[in-house]
Design a protein around this ligand. Sequence first.
Ligand code: GSH
Length: 195
Amino acid sequence: MYTVIGTARSRAFRVLWMLEELGQPYEHDPAPPRSDAVRAVNPAGKIPVLRVDGGTITDSTAILTYLADRHGALTAPPGTVARAQQDGVLHMVLDELDACLWMAARHSFVLPEDQRVPAVKDSLKREFAASLARLSARLEDGPYLMGAELTVPDIVAVHCGGWAQRAGFPVEDARFAAYLDRGHARPAHARAAER
Ligand SMILES: N[C@@H](CCC(=O)N[C@@H](CS)C(=O)NCC(=O)O)C(=O)O
């Protein structure tokens, strides 16, 4: 049995969605970041955390990759060129979408007020829009980033897209907007969102 720790309004949503796609049973502890419950399993206080087989896995991407490999789904097989290409796209999404959004969040509400530089957000929004346009070129042969099937990079990219919309980042690229709608319309996404 898997236990996902972390409120669904965080990167923990990626793990909930993945488990719903896999059809695996799990428990969910919606603990907020930096809470005692989270620090007990991850001293950094960060979420998500996955508890499995008496062990603890931190970082949403590490968790998604573990689940994909363990269940042989939403991924190309490890050790193949296709998997390396998939990992390349995953890291691009992390470097260029997740990193921009996280930096904006840090300068909006995560850092102590006297350390925030709100002016950085305009530059991050421009960078984000340019990255989105580059990523959306991959969707030409879609419907997903790696082609016909939903894979781990899609879970992260669609989550980042929704995060961007909530944070007031521009998601004006029509192809990416349609891809977001496709991701949000998946029944497993809806089941995770119910949390
Ligand atoms: N790369 C990590 C980032 C984890 C992370 O920063 N999570 C946020 C919530 S989405 C958090 O716990 N923030 C609290 C903090 O940074 O102290 C992942 O993908 O899991």
